[in-house]
Design a protein around this ligand. Structure first.
Ligand code: GLN
Length: 497
């Protein structure tokens, strides 16, 4: 068995599997050993080698029978926000400790159908609320680039596991940045598709009008391979899923790779730089890396234009009204009766609810339920929730104005590199402010991605954010792929990995 299987991309692993140079069982064993080796990063909440190896055997049987689908036999792991039949699903919360779903989330089922092998479930902030994975009820996740720092959140386990090559790829979810921000802070590639592109069925709900699944991997090409299997309508089970045909995001990229990167690979592409993303709020080291990545896009033939997203600052209060409002409603199902932890002893029914919910939810989730309940309450609804929804519409309209001047919008993902574990734990507002560059596109429902773009302070990775117009995932992935053909930031590995 090769010892460097973990250095291969999803595309390379798939090719080796298809050529039968290696079996899925061997690949799976290799990654299970990596998971053990790097267990101290805290990226995994559950793994089960017997389950994974049985899936790998089934993939090998399909390969032996001559089946050749792009992901057959390649392993991955899922953010613990997706329900799975074969692994428990906790959503990073004590509330759901030990919960075993009777069904698989649509996204999980689709990737399993494509022949991917599940290596386990990945740590995340409780109910996906957070920016540093320090809100997990189980354990923090350490950033493989510097174990004293957060990997980003809420899909921090996914980002750290990919960065440490414990898995070739992972799923994540993004409500206000939770795929893009951890991808940026951990030096990997991730894409949040247009709202509705991937089914939300079986994804534990946080804020339903914002939640979206997406892939996190080493490159745009690997993300494209996964997204092609994850996406697609699921109207019977998620009425907000987009009724659009499934796109093969990878084949154009593969054709581009074969042609090599032409100096003019992105000729004609107009990239809009929102003034509000390049101001004093962003640290100088991040801006420097982002600007030099943009210079690379210019070399590839793209032109840069200034655009305006004047309501960017308001995206923080708007998001932190709307998301908690929806969360307070979604999380009411965890009452110790229908779902979730039930207190061992209690008085009457109200006491049972109170004790079960107080014991089951952590501080940040409790805070959001309280904020959400408040902004939805009679007398405050118009002043907070309704007002926020109106500004949300204006934010979406500003993006449409900007897209009359450009094809793609670019900027930083996070105003700083990954911060120290604990640095923002006692100051939730400081953590909310760090979401400034990801929230507005989430509120608008637009696709966005993070692409490794260099390093900033403390040699920590910096991601470049690319935001596309609705349904333009293929364009985003194509631009990122051209950039990755011309640069090697996405191939860098954390020390010791
Ligand atoms: N950091 C944001 C929050 O805490 C986004 C989380 C997410 O996208 N799931 O709400």
């Amino acid at each position: 068995m090769s010892t460097d299987l973990h250095d291969l991309s999803v595309a390379q692993l798939a090719a080796k599997l298809a050529a039968r140079e290696v079996s899925s069982v061997e690949v799976t064993q290799h990654f299970l050993a990596r998971i053990e080796q790097h267990a101290s990063l805290g990226a995994f909440l559950a793994s089960d080698s017997a389950v994974s190896l049985a899936q790998a055997k089934a993939a090998d049987a399909r390969l032996a029978a001559g089946e050749r689908t792009p992901l057959l036999g390649v392993p991955l792991a899922h953010k613990d926000l997706f329900v799975t039949r074969d692994f428990p699903c906790t959503a990073g919360s004590k509330m759901l400790e030990g919960y075993l779903s009777p069904f698989d989330a649509t996204v999980v089922g689709k990737l399993a159908g494509a022949g991917m092998v599940t290596l386990g479930k990945l740590n995340c902030d409780e109910f996906a609320m957070g920016s540093g994975n320090d809100n997990s009820a189980y354990k923090p996740v350490l950033n493989p680039w510097d174990r004293a720092r957060i990997p980003g959140g809420s899909s921090g386990g996914s980002a750290a596991a990919v960065a440490a090559r414990m898995v070739p790829a992972a799923t994540g979810t993004d409500t206000g940045g939770s795929i893009r921000q951890p991808a940026s802070l951990s030096g990997i590639t991730g894409i949040k598709p247009t709202y509705g592109r991937c089914s939300r069925y079986g994804m534990v709900a946080f804020a339903s009008s914002l939640d979206q699944a997406g892939p996190m991997a080493g490159s745009a090409l690997d993300c494209a391979l996964l997204l092609s299997s994850m996406a697609g309508p699921d109207l019977d089970r998620d009425s907000t899923s987009l009724d659009l045909p499934v796109v093969d995001y990878a084949s154009n990229l593969i054709a581009d790779s074969a042609g090599g990167t032409g100096a003019e690979g992105l000729k004609g592409l107009k990239i809009g730089l929102p003034r509000q993303f390049f101001g004093a709020g962003c640290s100088a080291d991040v801006l420097k890396a982002v600007r030099s990545a943009l210079a690379e896009f210019e070399k590839l033939g793209a032109t840069l234009v200034d655009v305006d997203l004047p309501l960017t600052e308001l995206s923080i209060p708007v998001y932190y009204v709307i998301a908690p409002a929806e969360a307070s409603s979604n999380l009411s199902r965890f009452d110790g009766v229908r779902y979730g932890h039930r207190a061992a002893s209690y008085g009457d029914l109200t006491d049972m609810y109170k004790k079960s919910r107080s014991e089951g939810f952590g501080d940040e989730v409790t805070r959001r339920i309280m904020i959400g309940t408040y902004v939805l309450s009679h007398g405050y609804y118009d002043a907070y929730y309704l007002k926020a929804q109106k500004i949300r519409r204006l934010i979406a309209e500003d993006f449409q104005k900007a897209f009359t001047q450009c094809d793609i919008i670019a900027g930083p993902v996070s105003p700083t590199v990954a911060w120290k574990i604990g640095e923002k734990s006692d100051d939730p507002v400081a953590s909310y402010l760090a979401d400034i560059y990801t929230l507005s596109s989430s509120l608008a429902g637009l696709p966005g991605m993070s692409v490794p773009a260099g390093f900033g302070a403390h040699n920590m990775p910096v991601g470049l954010q690319l935001i596309g117009n609705y349904f333009e995932e293929a364009q985003l992935l194509g631009a990122a792929h051209q950039f990755q053909l011309a640069t090697d930031w996405h191939t860098r590995r954390p020390p010791g990995i």
